[in-house]
Design a protein around this ligand. Structure first.
Ligand code: S3P
Length: 434
C-alpha cells in the first residue's frame, strides 16, 4: 500500500505527548524473554512492524507470546534450549535489528534456518555479523555481496572469542553477546566507540552476569535467564522528530513524556544543545535499569556547528531530522565520520541531500557525512525511499517551509512509529496521509 504525506507549511508544536515505545528495547524484550525461564511481562511495547517482525519470528520458533494488546505483551519463555526448528523462512521485514541479533541467537541453535527481509533489508550488509559468528564456530552463508538471505546451519556448540569490532555497531555487539550466551568459554566484544547498551542492561535485568569496562563487554556461556518485568520507555529516536520540530518553530513549547534517555542514546540531545536548542530534562528517573525523563522543548534560534565525531554513534538514527535542524540553523553544519548512514534503511546521506535540494535548501553530501547551510527553503515534493525516518524528517521540515511539502512512499513509518500522523497532528503539525 502506498502512503503519501501532505504537510502544510507553518503550525506550532505545543502540549504534552508520549511517543511509542523504544524499538531497540522492544526487540530485545522479545528475544531475551523467549529464552528466559518463566513468563516475562512487557508494557509500553512498540507495536510497530519491526518489533512485530521479531515477535512473529519467535512465534515461528515455537515461543508462546500473548499480545500485543495496548503495548502489553506476555512472553512464555522456554529457557535457553526451548527454541524449535521453524517450518519456513523467517521474515524480518524491514528490520536490520531483527536480522542481525537473530543471526547471533540462531547461529547457536542446533537446527537450520533461513532469515530474509524486504527489498531494503536484502540490500544491507550482513558480513559484519556473519564473519565474527563464523569465528565462533557458526555456519552462516550470505548471498553474494554479503547481503541476506542468511542461511544458518545448526552446530553442536560455539566457542567464545575476543572480538574487536571494526565498526561501532550495537547490532553486531548484541549478536555476538547473544551467541556468547551459548558458547563455550567467554565472549568479549570491544567497540571502537560507545554504542547503545540496551542488550547489556537487559541481560543484567534477566539475571545474566555481564562484565563491562573500558569499551569492552564480556559474557560467559552456559548461564540461564530468569523471566522479568520490562517497562519500555518512549523511543528517543521517535521523540527526536518533535525535539527538532519544536526547536525550529517560534512559539513552540512541547513536553515529550517518559522518554528513554540512556546515555548511549542521547547524542541527539547533545547535538541540539550544541546548536543552541532549549531542551530541559524533567523528573529524571530509572525504570528497569534504563534512565527515563520528560523532555520540555521550547523554540530557540539554532546555529550551525561541526558535529563532534564521538557523538555520531550516539545519534546514528537521528541524522535525517538533525539535517532538518541544520537547514533551519544560522550558518553551516558539518557532519563527518558517519559513513554508516549510507547503509541504513536507505542511503540516508544521499536521500536527505536530494530531498533538501528538492525543497530549495542547500546541502552537499560527502562520502561520510553532509554540509548543510541554513536558510529559508520553499517546499515541494520529496521521496522517502521507503525509509521511515526520512519521511518523518521531511514532515517536520514543513513547519518552516514557505510552501507545503509532499512526501511519497511513507508506508514504512509504521515500522517504528505507528500513529505518527495522528500524534503529530495533536502536537500541531498540519499533516495528512493520502
Ligand atoms: C540498533 C542499533 C543501530 C541503529 C538501529 C538499532 C539496535 O544500528 O541504527 O536502528 O537496536 O541495536 P547499528 O548498531 O548497526 O549502528
Amino acid at each position: 500500500m502506498s502512503v503519501t504525506y501532505r504537510v502544510e507549511s507553518g503550525g506550532v508544536l505545543s502540549g504534552r505527548i508520549r511517543v511509542p515505545g523504544d524499538k531497540s528495547i522492544s526487540h530485545r524484550a522479545i528475544m531475551l524473554g523467549s529464552i528466559a525461564e518463566g513468563t516475562t511481562r512487557v508494557s509500553g511495547f512498540l507495536e510497530g512492524e519491526d518489533a512485530l517482525a521479531t515477535m512473529n519470528v519467535f512465534r515461528a520458533l515455537g515461543v508462546c507470546i500473548d499480545g500485543p494488546e495496548q503495548g502489553i505483551v506476555a512472553i512464555h519463555g522456554g529457557g535457553m534450549r526451548g527454541l524449535k526448528a521453524p517450518h519456513g523462512v523467517l521474515d524480518c521485514g524491514n528490520s536490520g535489528t531483527s536480522m542481525r541479533l537473530l543471526a547471533g541467537l540462531l547461529a547457536a541453535q542446533p537446527f537450520d534456518c533461513e532469515l530474509t527481509g524486504d527489498a531494503s533489508l536484502r540490500r544491507r550488509p550482513m558480513k559484519r555479523v556473519a564473519e565474527p559468528l563464523v569465528l565462533m564456530g557458526a555456519c552462516i552463508g550470505t548471498a553474494a555481496g554479503g547481503t541476506p538471505p542468511l542461511r544458518i546451519h545448526g552446530v553442536p556448540e560455539l566457542h567464545g572469542i575476543d572480538y574487536v569490532m571494526p565498526v561501532a555497531s550495537a547490532q553486531v555487539k548484541s549478536a555476538l553477546l547473544l551467541a556468547g550466551l551459548y558458547a563455550r568459554g567467554r565472549t568479549c566484544v570491544t567497540e571502537p566507540a560507545p554504542t547503545r547498551d540496551h542488550s547489556e542492561r537487559m541481560l543484567a535485568a534477566f539475571g545474566y552476569p555481564v562484565e563491562r569496562g573500558g569499551g569492552r563487554v564480556c559474557v560467559a556461556g552456559g548461564g540461564t535467564l530468569r523471566a522479568t518485568v520490562i517497562e519500555v520507555p518512549a523511543d528517543i529516536s521517535s521523540a527526536a522528530f518533535f525535539m527538532v520540530g519544536a526547536s525550529i518553530t517560534p512559539g513552540a513549547d512541547l513536553v515529550l513524556e517518559h522518554v528513554g534517555v540512556n546515555p548511549t542514546r542521547i547524542g541527539v540531545i547533545e547535538i541540539l544543545r550544541l546548536m543552541g536548542a532549549d531542551l530541559e530534562l524533567m523528573h529524571p528517573r530509572e525504570i528497569g535499569g534504563e534512565p527515563v525523563a520528560d523532555i520540555r522543548v521550547r523554540h530557540a534560534p539554532l546555529k550551525g556547528i561541526e558535529i563532534p565525531r564521538e557523538l555520531v554513534p550516539l545519534a546514528i538514527d537521528e541524522f535525517p531530522v538533525l539535517f532538518v535542524a541544520a537547514a533551519n540553523a544560522e550558518g553551516t553544519t558539518v557532519l563527518t565520520g558517519a559513513e554508516e548512514l549510507r547503509v541504513k534503511e536507505s542511503d540516508r546521506i544521499q536521500v536527505m541531500a536530494d530531498g533538501l535540494a528538492a525543497l530549495g535548501a542547500e546541502a552537499q553530501p560527502t562520502p561520510d557525512g553532509m554540509r548543510v547551510h541554513g536558510g529559508p527553503y520553499r517546499g515541494g515534493e520529496v521521496g522517502s525511499h521507503g525509509d521511515h525516518r526520512i519521511a518523518m524528517a521531511f514532515a517536520v521540515a514543513a513547519l518552516r517551509a514557505a510552501e507545503p511539502i509532499t512526501i511519497r512512499d511513507c508506508a514504512n513509518v509504521a515500522t517504528s512509529f505507528p500513529g505518527f500522523v495522528e500524534l503529530a497532528r495533536t502536537a500541531g503539525l498540519r499533516i495528512r496521509a493520502l
